[in-house]
Design a protein around this ligand. Structure first.
Ligand SMILES: [Zn+2]
Length: 396
């Protein structure tokens, strides 16, 4: 019989954009070779599957007894762990991306399979048939871009950027400031030929530190200058003029909806997402950009920080961050010596954020320190938490 509660050994992803100190210093995860520690993955994803203390893969543990590990509902609905939990520490900006809706992912995956495009081909758009909604919870101040700005703001920023190459497209957007024309404007930028693109970027970069007339432009142009260091010829240099620049304070969270362009810029956070790899890129990347597919998968509806930020619902010992999808739930718990109980209705992963947290089921008890995590099988039915600290609770 599987243990209903066990500690996880997790995989670190050493992507180049990662911080070499943040995950180590905030979560006490060793980094002996001073590598960039971009992400720590907690879950059963094949590209980085967690293990128990005996070295058995979580995916194997699930396969051996899905009814007990996942529970009847999750087994029937998803047949595997439906979410992936991560610690993410960005030192440099990640690529701008859009994730498809569930329907688009199902159609696209089927179509690319029928065209015999290998799943690992560089020009493959759909790696699986799932959507990839995401929530990010800030541990440090966390800077990102998310969703389109209001159209009048986009117009004002491009006017201040003064790019002659885009003057006609901007004039058209000014005359028709609606979502359809925002899409057209975005398409003009993404489809610039090589010489017009180089020209437009040269115009954008010119007088970058003196041409801003508003605070918003100053902030956007500073990001353009920062991105220019790493991506001098990249079309993503225009993204700070089109997308909201957001900074979460520690303890705040936002939702990254399907079809909404976003990019993480700097900071350490906890991220939870549906188990999927479907990413359509939109800049700040040397990788393949399929502009037509990107536009088909993008909603050109402006949003504000208030739309994107999740207002946590606060209880005695927990904050619940509600999301409009059922692939995952995300809560942050504070524990005291008094302790509290939770009922289990799906598989769960708990990650200790601070202090000491002891998790006990009827059979077992495990003490966690910051950066340590446990898996709880649906068959555990309930557990008790006590100690002096804070943990993240992920379940579905
Ligand atoms: Zn994303």
């Amino acid at each position: 019989m599987t243990d209903h509660l066990f500690k996880l050994n997790n995989v670190i992803q050493n992507y180049a954009w990662g911080s070499d100190s943040s995950i180590h210093s905030l979560f006490n995860i060793p980094n002996p070779d001073q590598q960039p520690q971009a992400e720590l993955w907690m879950g059963a994803h094949p590209n980085g599957c967690s293990k128990n203390q005996q070295g058995t893969l979580l995916s194997q543990i699930i396969d051996q007894d899905p009814a007990a590990v996942l529970g009847a509902y999750t087994q029937k609905r998803y047949s595997s762990l439906p979410f992936l939990l991560k610690i993410l520490a960005a030192e440099k900006p990640l690529s701008i991306q859009v994730h498809p809706s569930k329907t688009m992912a199902e159609q696209g995956f089927k179509l690319e399979n029928s065209q015999n495009i290998p799943v690992d081909a560089p020009d493959r758009n759909y790696k699986d048939a799932n959507h990839k909604p995401e929530l990010v919870y800030a541990v440090t101040f966390y800077q990102a871009m998310n969703g389109f700005r209001k159209i009048d703001e986009i117009i004002s920023l491009f006017e201040q950027a003064d790019c002659n190459t885009l003057a006609d497209a901007l004039k058209c957007l000014k005359e028709n400031p609606g979502e359809q024309h925002l899409q057209n404007f975005f398409a003009v930028i993404m489809n610039l030929n090589a010489s017009d693109k180089a020209q437009a970027i040269e115009e954008l970069i010119k007088n970058l530190d003196t041409k801003a007339q508003t605070h918003k432009a100053k902030e956007a142009f500073q990001l353009v200058a920062q991105f220019y260091q790493d991506y001098p010829g990249d079309i993503g240099l225009f993204s700070p003029l089109m997308l909201n620049i957001i900074e979460l304070a520690p303890g705040e969270a936002m939702f990254l909806d399907a079809q909404t362009p976003h990019a993480y810029i700097h900071g350490t956070g906890i991220e939870i997402m549906a188990s999927s790899d479907n990413v359509l890129r939109a800049g700040l990347t040397p990788k393949h950009i399929d502009v037509d597919e990107l536009i088909k998968n993008t909603k050109f509806q402006p949003s504000t920080f208030d739309d994107l930020k999740i207002q946590a619902q606060c209880f005695d010992h927990k904050k619940v961050f509600h999301v409009p999808v059922d692939d995952f739930n995300f809560e942050v718990h504070s524990v005291t010596s008094e302790g509290h109980d939770e009922f289990v209705r799906s598989p769960e992963i708990l990650l200790c954020l601070a202090g000491n947290v002891t998790i006990s089921t009827a059979q077992q008890s495990i003490k966690l320190q910051r950066g340590e995590s446990v898996f709880i099988c649906a068959a555990a039915h309930s557990y008790q938490c006590h100690g002096e600290g804070q943990f993240v609770r992920a379940f579905n």
